[in-house]
Design a binder for this molecule. Structure first.
Ligand code: GSH
Length: 205
């Protein structure tokens, strides 16, 4: 069985949990508490020298890191990833946007809130907030004309962007300013076999 090294609050991990759920793939979840440094132990670094979750491990010992690489691999030859070269390139375009122009602002601000680290980063908050809004504006403009990010179908590009956008308010972003994003969030949450970010999470964990 596949083994997912996972942290509940992480949107990057949630992307993988969501794809596994929507593809009906069973897996064993291994909790890695990044706040306690568990992704930086010698044993974990042997699996992922980059010291981060998510990490997916196959029964033969093969491992894959980087959330978007993992969901791409899982989605290949499924309805979650287009078959034609153009739409696959467009999916990659949005995955790159998510990692470079969205996640470093929207996810990081949420993490600082949640980990109680805002005071350590006071002088960075305004710039991060501005760049996060710039990413949301790009999404809003696209979604004002399109139901999904690639072609006219739900795909891993939507999943990758949903993961941190739907919890952006936890990082101080007011999503009511973005009606097209808000409508898309509802479309994504209405997909078959959708699971919430806290699905399966025991009380108190
Ligand atoms: N680009 C990576 C980012 C992974 C990442 O930053 N993971 C965070 C949690 S969201 C982590 O493991 N942090 C723990 C650490 O850096 O020690 C991905 O998409 O998987």
């Amino acid at each position: 069985m596949l083994r997912l090294y996972d942290f509940w609050e992480s949107g990057n991990c949630y992307k993988v949990r969501l794809v596994l759920a929507q593809l009906g793939i069973d897996y064993e979840r291994v909790a890695v508490d990044i706040l306690k440094g568990e992704s930086r132990t010698a044993d974990y670094l042997e699996k992922n020298p980059n010291g981060r979750v998510p990490l997916l491990e196959w029964p033969n010992g093969r491992t894959l890191a980087e959330s978007n690489a993992i969901i791409w691999h899982l989605a290949t030859d499924t309805p979650l990833l287009p078959n034609d070269d153009w739409h696959r390139a467009k999916a990659l375009e949005w995955l790159g946007f998510e990692q470079y122009s969205h996640e470093p602002y929207i996810a990081v601000l949420r993490f600082w809130h949640f980990a109680g680290q805002l005071d350590d980063h006071r002088d960075e908050i305004d710039a991060k907030t501005e760049r996060g809004h710039a990413a949301l504006a790009v999404m809003e403009n696209h979604l004002a004309e399109n139901a999904y990010f690639v072609g006219d179908r739900y795909s891993i590009a939507d999943i990758a962007l949903y993961a941190y956008t739907h919890v952006a308010e936890e990082g101080g972003f007011d999503l009511s300013r973005y009606p097209a994003i808000s409508a898309w969030l509802e479309r994504v949450a209405a997909q078959p076999d959708h699971v919430r970010i806290d699905a399966g999470r025991p009380e108190g964990h």
